[in-house]
Design a protein around this ligand. Structure first.
Ligand code: SAH
Length: 397
């Protein structure tokens, strides 16, 4: 798998971050850039590898335990290369200790959330790619708060390291465990922060000491449908799983539900998803929040199946998820009966379909609920929902 990076070396400085720009961190840099940065700061280049082993193999940033580094330099090295980027505000636990939502404050006061989930054979960490989100989907709490800013690569990588530390020290119920899967399904639209997400993906996937050495197959990048960047993700050459937040098989409904759909239609998006499958061999996952009497009709399930089958067999599976409640929203989840009919219709058409298990909804940790306790925007949510209803009525009149 070609993992090569190039480009200018981010400026390394101990000066406080400029407004809007987090301090540069070791995890922002690739192997060559780290060596270069060491030299620039007056250290031998091989210190880069030593620090990388602490960070990527042991998930460690505590100078006190880095006994292979000269005592006189440890604190300084850590201060220069591992500036603390994420400060924990609180943990909220659900599902008998099998789900932990963590709220983090960034250097500039922006807030993000991560969710760590234990399953029988894996532990999955859901991470954020942006503080807030600019996609403005009216059914999603994050979208209602707007975008605060993009995260830096290291702010993304640090979420993963801290999630790993939590799992390894036994924060979840049961035995200590390891994070096996990462989903970019927290706050933000990962493909609209592609430059930083791309760097973060390299750090997650490259083998130590370059990165954590996580399996690309265990990493899912979820997008609302930034078509050109889906192709860029495929260009990158590592087989991460692509998830597409579709929620409607027709432009009439998807336009008001997902504002970005007015730029890239359902057909363009599904074509891009199919290309992704062809280029990576990875089965694409279609996310579909089931909203009562909005998108959960049997005919829409059939239309979805037809749109997918038209583009081939065996390349996709569908993950419906009953809508999670968000502040101010007038929508609710589909009835169990409607959910069943929706799933059965897809399955009968030969589309593998599994209802997604929804974790952490009682701690606002589930899909669409992450808002870092920013509870503004509930009026906006109501207005947006009404606008969608009006648009749908007009389109179907
Ligand atoms: N912006 C990316 C990554 C976020 S993933 C994306 O949209 O794919 C979060 C997932 O939760 C997306 O599929 C999103 O559509 C879905 N979601 C948003 N609000 C939801 C809600 N209220 N209930 C269930 N799923 C929701």
């Amino acid at each position: 798998m070609p993992i090569v990076e190039s480009g200018p070396i981010p400026q390394f400085t101990m000066a406080p971050a400029r407004k809007g720009k987090p301090p540069t961190h070791f995890a922002d840099l690739d192997s060559a850039q780290r060596k270069q940065a060491m030299k620039e700061q007056g250290y031998p280049a091989f210190r880069a590898d030593q620090l990388a082993r602490h960070y990527f193999e042991r998930h460690e940033t505590d100078a006190a335990v880095m006994s292979d580094l000269p005592a006189a330099q440890r604190t300084q090295l850590v201060a220069e290369f591992f500036p603390p980027l994420l400060h924990k505000v609180r943990d909220l636990t659900a599902d008998h200790g099998n789900t932990i939502k963590s709220v983090w404050r960034l250097f500039d006061g922006a807030m993000i959330e991560t969710v760590l989930m234990r399953y029988p054979n894996r532990a999955t960490l859901c991470i954020s790619s942006q503080a807030g989100c600019g996609m403005a989907c009216p059914f999603c709490a994050t979208g209602q708060g707007g975008l605060t800013r993009n995260l830096s690569a290291a702010e993304i990588v640090e979420q993963v390291r801290l999630g790993m530390v939590a799992a390894e020290r036994g924060d979840l119920a049961g035995e200590a465990t390891r994070v096996t899967n990462i989903v970019f399904m927290g706050m933000g639209e990962p493909l609209s922060n592609w430059r930083q997400v791309r760097i973060a993906l390299h750090r997650l996937i490259e083998p130590p000491p370059s990165g954590f050495g996580l399996s690309a197959r265990g990493i899912t990048v979820s997008t609302v449908g930034m078509v050109p960047l889906i192709d860029k993700l495929a260009d990158e050459g590592f087989p991460v799983t692509l998830a597409v937040s579709l929620h409607a098989p027709d432009d009439e409904l998807r336009n008001p539900l997902i504002p970005l759909n007015s730029r890239f239609s359902v057909a363009q998006l599904l074509d891009a998803a199919r290309r992704y499958f062809e280029r990576t061999g990875r089965r694409v996952s279609i996310e579909y929040a089931l909203i009562r009497d909005m998108n959960d009709h049997k005919w829409r399930a059939q239309m979805l199946a037809d749109e997918l089958n038209k583009r081939g067999r065996g390349w996709v599976h569908v993950n419906p998820i009953p809508l999670n409640p968000t502040p101010g929203s007038i929508w609710t989840a589909s009835t169990p009966q409607a959910q069943r009919v929706f799933v059965d219709t897809l399955v009968a058409a030969g589309i593998p379909t599994t209802i997604r298990d929804t974790r952490g909804s009682d701690i606002d940790g589930a899909c669409g609920q992450l808002a870092a306790e920013v509870k503004r925007g509930s009026d906006r949510a109501k207005k947006a929902a009404q606008a969608v209803a009006a648009a749908v009525k007009e389109a179907t009149a």
